[in-house]
Design a protein around this ligand. Structure first.
Ligand SMILES: Nc1ncnc2c1ncn2[C@@H]1O[C@H](COP(=O)(O)OP(=O)(O)O)[C@@H](O)[C@H]1O
Ligand SMILES: [Mg+2]
Length: 605
């Protein structure tokens, strides 16, 4: 399954049956309310017809004094003169109640459906593996996961409702037309039909522009996110101007798109009005003749013309509703494209739980690539004994981080095998596999919340004693004493209110409380100054005790203390041994690196 999201229309946008099937389970729980809502739309649609119809008895009976008979009922001038004003009040009450109930139900069901879609999509988002996040921009993901479900679900009910309302509106008004004069009705309906034909022509154009608008919208969100996440870099490199220009360009693009749409759509309404006015003129012309010849009453004619005028709105709406329906399906298509994304990395059906590490870890002829045909690890083999600390060194971009990212299966390898105690890691249950591995990165992510909450993420049911122990071991105790709220200090989004070293020690405490047998340190101290590094290193030493450790570091001391050192060069394991062994290789990679990179540090240490 392809992970890269399309920027505009998904392939399924026009498979209506498929989409209806897909969305049905989300509508089902709210079916009674949806049906009630749609049923209420029927009388609401018919109300216009009632108004137009009432004009005939009003004019003929109340004003011109004729008696009015419907079947066996005969109504006198006086009765009607009183009944009609009361009728208006009753009509307003009925209309108000219906409209309120109808809008309430539309909002209620629309939001419920939208929420369940969003929750499901968020669940999906959390199950996708790193590759998804590598290849899709945040702006695109945000629109796709946040805006589309809203558009889709709110539109579904709204559009269905409007469709029913306008259809019944048209039926009601056309009935009144026919009731008053079928000859005039034919003229009126034909001209009305001509007036709305242009709508069908521009629908395609509208769709194209709305897609383009969405792409620009996504780009704008990305710009916001980058400004947010990269604000330090932006400030440091004085990129404000550049970001501003980028954003202004996007705003301009959006404006151009909107205006191009207005240009194309804006002339429609006047033209439709024009055609309609011709229609009214023709009807009047012929209607006057009918009245003069006595074939039609004045009341009938007033009722007829009013119906025709009122008909314009629902007919126009019907066109818009069809366009909306299309938009809804396009949004639905995108939503369900997301539902169909399957994580690349999944549990085998017969997966087994990993309990702990007993003997060791082995990489066996591992080939790995992020992108097709660009191998990053090439025939990589390495055995690590339980309890061993292995350092990975090598040139930047050589594949050190990649190697350790394969252990918790952030990515799957192309061929070869990675085994824990002789069992392929693909055979283990994913969660249990990840429970056995602790990671400390260069820049550790803290979630918004308190320090305690962040530490507890390593082990939600930890006791107070366990927390106190890891705080000590992570050398956080002194720091926490300086905080008014101690452990319950709020750390801000991404832990922004802590220093690099403090954040790192919270992350180490989180890893410690997890107490996983395998520990991975990827440049865990690289971003720190000497002073913070010393204390973080002490915390790390505690974390590493009695564990199987992979350490990627830029400091000699850390490397020196490792049991063995693996040198990775352009994705290949080129040397393996202790510091002393590797130093004896003439022209060796490690010796070279050491002399280049580490010797200088040793002088400083
Ligand atoms: N998420 C990714 N998507 C595509 N390529 C990547 C990704 N991460 C790393 N690479 C590439 O893989 C190679 C190895 O990277 P990495 O393992 O991070 O090197 P090291 O940690 O040794 O500096 C580099 O060429 C890098 O550009
Ligand atoms: Mg790296």
């Amino acid at each position: 399954m392809e992970y890269k999201l399309k920027e505009t229309v998904s392939k399924d946008a026009f498979r209506y049956g498929y989409l209806v099937n897909k969305v049905a389970p989300f509508l089902k729980p709210h079916l009674p309310r949806i049906i009630l809502n749609l049923v209420l739309a029927v009388p609401l649609g018919l109300l216009d017809g009632v108004v137009a119809f009432a004009l005939k008895p009003y004019m003929d009976c109340v004003i011109n004094g004729k008696t009015w008979t419907v079947g066996n009922f005969t109504l006198e001038q006086n009765t009607l003169a009183i009944a009609i004003p009361f009728g208006i009040i009753l009509f307003a009450i009925v209309e108000g109640v219906l409209k309120y109930a109808n809008n309430y139900l539309t909002d209620w069901t629309g939001n419920k459906i939208s929420n369940s879609l969003k929750v499901k999509l968020f669940n999906k988002l959390t199950t996708l593996d790193p590759k998804f996040y590598d290849i899709n921009s945040s702006g695109l993901v945000l629109t796709r996961f946040y805006t589309d479900p809203e558009t889709a679900s709110k539109n579904i009910i709204q559009t269905l409702k409007t469709f029913i309302m306008t259809s019944f509106g048209i039926v009601g008004l056309v009935s009144v037309l026919l009731y008053n004069s079928w000859k005039l009705a034919i003229i009126g309906v034909v001209i009305m039909g001509m007036a709305i034909t242009p709508v069908t022509f521009i629908r395609k154009k509208v769709k194209k522009v709305s897609n383009a608008t969405m792409v620009v919208g996504g780009d704008m969100t990305t710009t916001f996110n980058e400004t947010f996440a990269g604000n330090k870099i932006m400030t440091a490199y004085n990129l404000q101007e550049q970001q501003n220009e980028k954003f202004e360009k996007q705003i301009k693009d959006q404006f151009n798109l909107t205006i191009s749409l207005t240009k194309r759509v804006g002339w429609m309404s006047p033209i439709m009005h024009f055609v309609c006015s011709i229609g009214i003129a023709v009807v009047m012309f012929y209607g006057n003749h009918l009245i003069i010849t006595g074939e039609m009453t004045a009341g009938s004619f007033a009722s007829f013309v009013t119906s025709l005028l009122l008909l314009y709105k629902p007919v126009k709406n019907l066109g818009a509703t069809l366009t909306n329906l299309q938009t809804t399906f396009v949004a639905l298509g995108r939503v369900f494209e997301l539902f169909d994304l399957t994580p690349h990395i999944e549990n085998r059906k017969d997966s087994i739980p990993m309990r702990t590490l007993n003997s060791g870890i082995s990489f066996e002829n591992v080939w790995f690539e992020y992108e097709e045909n660009t191998p990053v690890l090439k025939n990589f083999s390495l055995n690590i004994a339980k309890g061993e600390t292995i350092a990975l060194v090598g040139n930047s971009g050589g594949g050190k981080s990649t190697t350790v990212n394969l252990l918790p299966r952030f990515y799957d390898i192309k061929s070869g095998a990675i085994k824990f105690d002789g069992v392929n890691i693909k055979d283990f249950d994913l969660n249990s596999l990840r429970e056995n591995i602790s990671f400390v990165f260069q820049d550790n992510f803290l979630f918004s919340g308190t320090i305690r909450e962040n530490i507890l993420m390593g082990k939600p049911d930890a006791t107070e004693d366990e927390i106190n122990l890891v705080i000590k071991m992570a050398h956080l105790d002194d720091f926490l004493l300086t905080l008014e709220n101690g452990l319950d200090t709020y750390v801000g989004e991404r832990g922004a209110s802590l220093s690099g070293g403090q954040r790192q020690r919270v992350a180490i405490a989180r890893a410690m409380i997890k107490n996983a047998p395998i520990v991975i340190l990827d440049e865990a101290t690289s971003a720190l100054d000497n002073e913070s590094e010393a204390i973080v290193q002490k915390a790390l030493d505690n974390l590493m005790q009695n564990k199987t450790v992979f350490v990627i570091a830029h400091r000699l001391t850390t490397i020196h203390n490792a049991d063995r050192i693996a040198v990775i060069n352009e994705g290949e394991l080129v040397e393996l041994g202790t510091h002393d062994q590797l130093m004896t290789i003439p022209d060796g990679n490690y010796k070279h690196l050491y002399e280049m990179q580490f010797k200088e540090q040793e002088v400083n240490v």
